[in-house]
Design a binder for this molecule. Structure first.
Ligand code: TEU
Ligand code: CA
Length: 557
């Protein structure tokens, strides 16, 4: 039998603190709110909570711009609240994964305040400063969130690099003092007893020598900094050093958010040899429904092709097997809602398709991540208008792509934002049908999805057939059946563009997972032995080769 690590059998529940539960009635979710809802997460059966950043921050990018790594954002509470949440979670056997954002800090971080104060300040080299070239930016890189990746600083006459927004200057990882400061800070959290880290854009920390220009997509203005920066020359050295100096001090779980990472890079980051991270969040499947015009990037509103999705997910399943470990996710705080993107959020299909989408992912090899609200089938927020959005990525997209560069008109952009915008995931958690959905007693920081009277936790918990109980069962099955963790993966019928079926092969046992990805009745034949039993399904009977709309079923034999 194989040597299974705890995090290989675990299911993670992602909490976006700002939108989960507001305990003190200021319209913003907080740590005490999460504490009040721990029973709910326990009931679902998740093993681990991944908390999005809760550190001190001016919130230019909702906490991903950190001004003090060892303090809690006052909007969310205090360090006392944090410590209590950690110990209450541990008392329930639930682990806590912290977000680690160390590609950049806030421009309000003490390090940056000192760094920008003068060219000879001893923190100057904590960030990436360059002289202007011919009176403009040092290279052509664009920010991930539109516009240039460089900001000119009047007082010292140099530019600093910010791959994300201006308020997020990139740290200079070449500097050993930067690395040591980051490792010390991580050890502060390890000493508190946290259980691991989700590492924000960790694939971007090592910039290429000489900072060469990126390719400019046709019709675009800036060079692609993601491609230019991802998997830089020293990233694996830095992570090996981090492993030695921090991560090996406890039995932790680590997942690196790794945009721009392909299979061969992933095997380096998440190698079974335990030299760097446990797993990465890869982005390839997230890009399959990008706009065909590269200048518009992710902004698009067409559904992914099932053939492409199968090909991609199967590649990750097969190529990482035995070498590295997969993370499994459909959504998170940066992505639209899973049921809206991969299923069908029309009322008649929402529940059945949300279960299908869940089944498809949860029987794969890897560690599944559930984003808050996914387990009750929360949908994209079509009721939000341009003036309602909070997310800086969305605001910048309107400002640059629509207003400044005229790449697209406002109406089309709104349709793209309704399909892909990050605020789809960030509307408050829908707990019940009362005003503000039981999330807050005052005005929420971001408008609620207007479907909260139909879609909410209270409703889900009162219906034994709900999406919630389906997820609960998926988690329980993963805990009980080793084949789900260790079995080999085999895709069936790669050319079928309506049904996604695959097998998991264990020692003398098998799972056959069949998912109808359409709203049509279909006929499909599979080899199902007589002794097979249906382990889980989103319909209450099995009609053999007839697959009903979004039907999903798993045979065990
Ligand atoms: O996201 C990194 C990242 O790659 C994003 O640019 C992602 O592609 C985009 O949000 C999709 O629309 C991480 C965090 O998850 C995100 O919330 C932060 O804004 C970002 O890093 C900067 O810290
Ligand atoms: Ca609050």
């Amino acid at each position: 039998t194989k040597n299974i690590k705890w995090w290989q059998k675990a299911v993670v529940y992602q909490v976006y603190p700002r939108s989960f539960q507001d305990a003190n009635g200021d319209g913003i979710g907080d740590l005490q709110g999460i504490e009040q809802r721990l029973d709910y997460i326990e009931k679902l059966g998740a093993d681990v909570i991944w908390l999005n950043p809760v550190y001190a921050s001016p919130d230019k990018d909702n906490g991903y711009d950190i001004s003090d790594y060892e303090d809690i954002n006052a909007k969310f509470g205090t360090m006392v609240d944090f410590d209590r949440l950690l110990s209450k979670a541990h008392a329930k056997g639930i682990k806590i994964l912290m977000d680690l954002v160390v590609n950049h800090t806030s421009d309000q971080h003490q390090w940056f305040i000192e760094s920008r104060s003068s060219k000879d300040n001893d923190k100057r080299d904590f960030y990436i400063w360059r002289d202007p070239v011919d009176g403009h930016e040092p290279n052509n890189w664009g920010s991930f969130f539109s516009g240039p990746a460089w900001k000119y600083d009047e007082s010292t006459g140099q530019y600093y690099l910010h791959l994300f927004v201006e308020g997020q200057p990139d740290l200079n990882w070449v500097n050993t003092k930067v690395r040591q400061s980051v490792f010390d800070m991580m050890n502060f959290w390890v000493d508190k007893g946290i259980d691991g880290f989700r590492m924000d854009v960790i694939s971007l920390i090592s910039k290429p020598d000489g900072l060469p220009d990126g390719d400019v997509p046709s019709g675009g203005t800036y060079g692609n900094s993601d491609k230019a920066v991802a998997n830089g020359p020293y990233v694996h050295d830095y992570l090996k050093e981090m492993r030695q100096k921090v991560l090996n001090r406890a039995d932790m779980m680590t997942v690196g958010e790794a945009s721009g990472v392909d299979i061969s890079n992933a095997i380096k980051y998440a190698d079974n040899d335990a030299s760097e991270l446990n797993m990465v969040f890869q982005f390839e499947h997230m890009g399959l429904d990008n706009n065909p015009n590269p200048a518009l990037g992710k902004w698009y509103d067409k559904k992914v092709s099932l053939i492409d999705l199968k090909e991609n997910l199967s590649k990750w399943q097969n190529k990482l097997a035995g070498k590295a470990w997969n993370s499994l996710y459909w959504d998170n705080h940066d992505q639209p809602r899973a049921v809206s993107r991969y299923g069908n959020d029309k009322p008649e299909y929402r529940e059945v398709s949300a279960k299908m989408v869940a089944t498809l992912l949860h029987f794969m090899q890897g560690t599944p991540y559930i984003y808050q609200g996914e387990e009750i089938g929360m949908t994209n927020a079509y009721n939000l208008k341009r003036s309602d959005f909070d997310d800086i990525e969305i605001k910048n997209a309107f400002e640059y792509l629509v207003d400044k560069d005229h790449l697209i008109d406002e109406k089309t952009m709104l349709s793209y934002v309704h399909a892909k915008g990050r605020d789809n995931a960030r509307t408050p958690m829908q707990w019940d049908e009362t005003k503000n959905a039981g999330y807050t007693t005052s005005t929420p920081w971001l408008k609620l999805n207007d479907n909260y009277q139909e879609i909410n936790v209270k409703q889900a918990l009162s219906d034994s057939q709900s999406i919630f109980y389906y997820y609960q069962k998926l988690i329980q099955l993963r805990h009980e059946m080793p084949v789900i963790t260790t079995g080999d993966y085999e895709l069936l019928d790669s050319k079928d563009d309506e049904v996604y079926a695959y097998r998991r092969l264990g020692d003398g046992e098998q799972l056959l997972i069949i998912n109808n990805f359409t709203d049509q009745k279909l006929i499909r034949q599979f080899d199902v032995p007589r002794q097979a039993t249906v382990l889980i399904s989103n319909y209450d009977d099995d009609q053999g080769e007839l697959l009903r709309p979004y039907e999903s079923k798993v045979y065990y034999f």
